[in-house]
Design a binder for this molecule. Structure first.
Ligand code: ADP
Length: 738
């Protein structure tokens, strides 16, 4: 009865503080669901405190007021418990929070309506107060369980800290409510006081992004309590000792007190310091010397030129003093679009190596570029600005499972990040440690630049080697071609001289016979026939030379509708006699299946004729030549000319299409137009290629290799478009991408 003024005084004071908290939130309204919920929570706390104060004013108010207030306290407390559970579930991103909210608020509404109804129509049918208290207890327990699960589920120190913070806040708020719900007499007035502590913590938790390190705060509290108790016990011991000693001796108590005071004063300070050290060691783990560690570190990394090794050295140094579980170096490089590519180089633990691309406008990138302070994964996930980053960026970073990213800068530019996972102790990185790590990252900058330069040099070196190699092959190729060109002089003179000699021989014979007057008409016919053959050959060689000379400047073509079968027939015709003489079989397949085409008929006859003459020349007597055509796709068809001849070595398969190139020594070639291994000026295939490519087609040869004994044969592939066109071949050879 006498305590009511105190309780209502406390009620008013606490109510006022709640009001201030409410107003603070009101002026910041609209900043998110969390703040709105917190505002509702504080508003209802105000009602609840009013109910408590009213219930305790029974002396001056009507009993009905007291009774109503008393009846409403459990419902209001339940409302607060539900509100807190919803708030926490929302802040810690539990997906099931709408279920809690719906169930909790519905139940509270039912209870509220029933309570109010029975206030006016007593007696109540149910023990409503007990039901209210029971429901309050269930929701409070639910919150504590949810927070404890969150605490254990999270491996990241900052997330754990956050869960711990909300757990402690929940405890303060529930304790405050519990004290008013249970009949504890004067202790009831402590309830609102404890509650206000919780409410202030709640406000701070909602409004500020960085929460205090709860573990560290608890540790300081524990340290203080321990030292406080130890000192109090020591002093109590002194007082008791003075009493005892005075009782059993003749010396007055002041003398004893003086003695003991001097004794205690002498040992107190060293004892206190020893205790402080002991407590610190027990609570904070073994200390380390940052300066020495950094000195050693910069010495070790000064010679490191390999990125992987650098990452390992950096993370190793950190793990020596901090007991971290994961670590990597994220190498930064600008993307073409002005973003940043982070390539992880793992050093400790299984770190995924997929690069993470930050867009040019990514808030994470802006934060990294503009602020030189370390970035925490906690910020990436919870900071209102950084949360706006693209999901792929946040997920990429989350997959690394790191806790802190320390920027490494080279000449002011972000060159990389030293990424570290959570500490094994589960503690967030303390400011002192963060400072140490930042210095370490700073020192890594120069080494990182060296390593990057080195990697760049290595790449450059590899590129030079590659260029060297292609230069060497190009040189060798040129050398072969050069040889071919100088061979051409002797070949050409040889090729031209043979028919010329024949012509000259026959004209001499003709002359002699004419002079002797024995020349018959029959002889004239035979001799002119014999002369016209080498003349034709000469003509062909000279034409080939003319065509070859056009290869560089571009041949002229006249595309017109025609048919493949006709072209091949005309290409074969000049060689029928040779085929017969050399007992070679020539077979054709599928020529009629090819739809009409648009091409330069004369040029294609020339090209195929060259292929056929080669097949005749390089196939021993009795061999077989097959010409086969087949459609490829809507735009192209293929013609293959296959022989059972001596084959072509892999090295020569590309070179034979060059002008004047002939395989082997010229002396080994027999003369004669279609004799086995008969010589030629080395122009046929280069002309064929010029013609085929001039139609927008392509030509290549396949052969197992050169072997005169086994005769593996060769297949010349010609791919042509149905509609000849200028420009490169649009058909891609299987296995030849790009
Ligand atoms: P040539 O006028 O000397 O025949 P080509 O350009 O037609 O010149 O051919 C170049 C070289 O390619 C020939 O000298 C020959 O060594 C080789 N060659 C061409 N076709 C065949 C083939 N069907 N079988 C084997 N070797 C061939």
């Amino acid at each position: 009865m006498e305590i009511w003024p105190y309780i209502s005084g406390i009620g008013i004071a606490v109510g006022l503080i709640h009001l201030i908290l409410f107003l603070i939130l009101l002026f910041r309204r609209g900043k998110g669901a969390g703040e709105k919920l917190a505002m509702a929570y504080i508003g209802f706390s105000l009602l609840w405190i009013a109910a408590v104060a009213l219930a305790d004013l029974e002396a001056i108010f009507l009993p009905v007021v007291t009774e109503s207030a008393n009846g409403l306290i459990p419902v209001l407390a339940l409302f607060l418990a539900v509100g807190y559970l919803v708030l926490v579930a929302l802040l810690l991103e539990y997906p099931s929070w709408p279920i809690f909210a719906t169930a909790g608020y519905t139940w509270t509404a039912i209870l509220l309506v029933t309570t109010v109804y029975f206030l006016f129509v007593p007696p109540p049918l149910l023990p409503l107060e007990q039901v209210g208290i029971g429901s309050w207890a269930s929701f409070t327990l639910g919150t504590v369980i949810a927070l404890t699960v969150g605490l254990f589920r999270s491996r990241m120190a900052f997330h754990r800290n956050r869960a711990l913070y909300w757990l402690l806040t929940a405890n303060a708020l529930s304790l405050g409510q519990a004290l008013t719900l249970f009949p504890l007499g004067p202790l009831r007035m402590v309830g609102p006081l404890v509650h206000i502590l919780g409410a202030v913590a709640l406000l701070r938790g909602v409004l500020t992004f960085w929460l205090p390190n709860v573990k560290a705060a608890l540790r300081s509290l524990f340290r203080f309590l321990f030292l406080f108790t130890a000192t109090a016990l020591l002093l109590a011991g002194v007082v008791m000792a003075v009493e005892r000693l005075t009782a059993i001796s003749v010396m007055p108590s002041t003398t004893w007190a003086l003695f003991l005071a001097v004794g205690v004063a002498l040992v107190y300070l060293p004892l206190y310091q020893a205790l402080v050290r002991l407590v610190d060691r027990l609570l904070a783990g073994v200390g380390f010397d940052p300066a020495q560690t950094l000195r050693d570190y910069s010495q070790t990394i000064s010679t490191v030129l390999d990125l992987e090794q650098l990452a390992q050295k950096a993370v190793q140094t950190v793990s020596q003093v901090l007991d971290v579980q994961r670590g990597a170096l994220l190498i930064a490089s600008e993307t073409e679009r002005g973003g940043l590519l982070l390539r992880p180089v793992p050093a400790l633990g299984e770190v995924p190596t997929d690069p993470i691309e930050l867009e040019p406008i990514s808030p994470i990138l802006v934060r990294l570029k503009e602020q030189d302070t370390p970035l925490f994964q906690y910020e990436v996930e919870h900071h209102p600005v950084l949360r706006e980053a693209l999901p792929k960026e946040r997920e990429g970073l989350r997959a690394l499972e790191m806790e802190i990213y320390l920027p490494i800068r080279v000449e002011g530019e972000l060159a990389g990040l030293l990424a570290l996972g959570p500490q094994r102790t589960g503690e967030p990185y303390a400011p002192r440690i963060v400072e140490f790590l930042s210095t370490l990252a700073h020192q890594t900058g120069v080494a990182l630049q060296n390593a990057r330069l080195f990697v760049g040099l290595q790449e450059l070196n590899a590129r030079i080697m590659q260029l060297n190699e292609s230069l060497r092959t190009a040189y060798e190729r040129l050398e072969r071609l050069d040889r071919a060109k100088s061979d051409f002089l002797s070949i050409a003179s040889h090729e031209l001289r043979t028919p010329l000699t024949q012509i000259r021989g026959y004209t001499d014979v003709l002359n002699d016979l004419a002079r002797s007057g024995t020349l018959t008409r029959d002889q004239i016919t035979r001799i002119t026939e014999n002369i016209s053959r080498p003349v034709r050959r000469l003509e062909r060689i000279i034409n080939a030379m003319l065509d070859a000379s056009q290869l560089e400047t571009g041949m002229s073509f006249h595309f017109a509708p025609t048919a493949l079968a006709g072209i091949i027939r005309m290409a074969i015709e000049p060689w029928l006699e040779a085929l017969q003489e050399r007992k070679l079989t020539l077979l054709t397949y599928g020529l009629e299946d090819i739809a009409p085409i648009r091409a330069d008929m004369d040029r294609l006859i020339q090209a195929f004729s060259n292929l056929i003459s080669n097949a005749i020349k390089f196939t021993p007597d009795g061999g077989r030549i097959t010409i086969e055509a087949r459609p490829l796709d809507e735009e192209h068809f293929e013609v293959t000319v296959t022989d059972t001849g001596i084959g072509i070595s892999k090295v020569d398969q590309e070179l034979i299409f060059e002008k004047f190139y002939r395989v082997g020594s010229i002396d080994l070639h027999s003369s004669g137009e279609y004799k086995f291994k008969g010589g030629g000026p080395g122009l046929g295939l280069s002309i064929a290629r010029g013609v085929i490519e001039g139609h927008g087609g392509c030509i290549w040869v396949e052969s197992e290799g050169y072997d005169e004994e086994r005769c593996p044969g060769s297949t010349f592939h010609v791919v042509l478009p149905y509609h000849a066109h200028r420009g490169p071949c649009r058909w891609k050879r299987p296995g030849q991408e790009g």
